[in-house]
Ligand binder design. Structure first.
Ligand code: JFZ
Length: 398
């Protein structure tokens, strides 16, 4: 777990046939597309601008230390040359494996390598699709044998964990057994999760696996929300840039760089990681809106990385609109809004030897009340005992 807790920040990449539809990675299901209809993307999949080294450089420049690629999403399309299916990139016009160059690019940039692999498969003929079937609105009339699919799933995970060298991270997606719904669900038993995880650990002893097989993993994965505090276990929030994981051309509702930085800070202040998603286009590019945000986060990280990397939650409670991250005896105060001149930090009086702005290293003066000056300390509006006050510049530094 050491690198994972230390690095704190990774890139999620959702990329596949749905990137050509460019309207969300669930497009096949949402629009009730038949396999035949969805085939139009397979027949035209030709990412001529695919340059995983550029992705890895963007990730690294943003301050990310690991990258997680969708080897297969729910649509079942495989980004590597699997021996177990024809539904793979090598049979598209592109005709070449995408995963090996991805792994090589990450390694070349010094980044850890992760695979996302969908447990759900809307293409495999023996996968029983629950509920809102992509092809019809009624239950599937044909009996399906999930045992056959299970074997396929295990076989493909074996391929992924034996064919590409060391893999650092695996994100299975997802279980939904026992959810309140009218159409059942799938979980650990359906995936053969116990056997699956045993195989994963045997093939890649150092790997970290998430918790979405329905069995506990090495970390938990709150999705598109920030937990309210430390979870007592390693965790990683995954977040989109604009609400869609797959490339979504007409969705311009992007989170601002400020918000994204806050998500990262907020997570680390609660002992968590951030896996921030990009959805490259059908030609293989990270779109300019996404690149702009990655660059802005990178600019922030250039000066503030020390308050993220190797940091975790503090035992101190931060004031409203502030977060603490801490690394050993270094406490970092993140101000989500810039106060006027003073910020009061309960419980920190006498605990801080020196304070400085992280951005330029300039000294911040400490104001500690003298406990013997009773009148001053008990006047209306006085800070409670033990409060440390920092004197900030009135204008927020750039
Ligand atoms: C899943 C996928 O369906 C989605 O397309 C994307 O890949 C995302 C990262 O993962 O979506 C989920 C999975 C689990 C929950 C919610 C959305 N969940 O547990 O609440």
């Amino acid at each position: 777990m050491e690198w994972f807790r230390h690095d704190r920040f990774g890139m999620f990449v959702h990329w596949g046939l749905y990137s050509l539809a460019a309207r969300h990675e669930w497009v096949k299901n949402r629009e009730r597309m038949t396999d035949e209809r969805y085939q139009r993307y397979f027949d035209r999949f030709d990412p001529d601008l695919y340059d995983p080294r550029a992705w890895a450089r963007s990730a690294k420049a943003a301050g990310m230390r690991y990258v997680v690629l969708t080897t297969k999403h729910h649509d079942g399309f495989c980004l590597w040359d699997s021996a177990l299916t024809d539904y793979k990139v090598t049979n598209t016009p592109y005709g070449r494996d995408l995963v090996e160059p991805f792994v090589a690019a990450c390694r070349a940039e010094g980044l850890k390598v992760g695979f996302y692999h969908s447990l759900i498969d809307w293409h495999h003929p023996e996968f029983p699709i629950d509920g809102l079937h992509p092809q019809r609105d009624e239950p599937d009339p044909r009996p399906r044998d999930i045992a056959v699919y299970r074997e396929y799933l295990h076989g493909q995970v074996r391929e992924l964990l034996t064919g590409f060298g060391t893999i650092d991270y695996l994100f299975f997606d997802f279980s939904y057994a026992g959810r309140p719904n009218t159409w059942g669900g799938k979980g650990a038993e359906d995936w053969g999760a116990e056997e699956l995880l045993a195989m994963v650990r045997e093939l890649q002893p150092g790997i970290l696996v998430n918790d979405r097989t329905g069995l506990p993993g090495d970390f938990v994965t709150p999705e598109q929300y920030q937990p309210s505090g430390p979870m007592g276990v390693a965790w990683e929030a995954c977040q989109t840039l604009n609400g869609s994981w797959g490339y979504d051309r007409d969705n311009v509702d992007y989170k601002s760089p400020e918000l994204l930085v806050r998500m990262l800070v907020d997570g680390v202040s609660k002992d968590g990681n951030l896996l921030l998603n990009v959805g490259p286009t059908g030609r293989g590019l990270i779109d300019p809106e996404a690149e702009t945000r990655l660059a802005a986060i990178g600019e922030w990280m250039r000066l503030h990385e020390r308050s993220i990397r190797g940091c975790g939650a503090s035992a101190y409670d931060a004031p409203t609109d502030c977060r603490y991250t801490q690394n050993g005896d270094r406490l970092y105060l993140h101000l989500f809004s810039w106060p006027f001149k003073h910020v009061h930090l309960p419980g920190l009086a006498g605990k801080v030897r020196y304070a400085q702005l992280l951005s330029d290293g300039s000294e911040i003066q400490l104001v500690v009340p003298d406990p013997t000056r009773t009148a001053e300390n008990t006047r209306p509006g006085a800070q409670p005992p033990g409060t440390l006050t920092l004197e900030l510049p009135v204008r927020r530094p750039e």
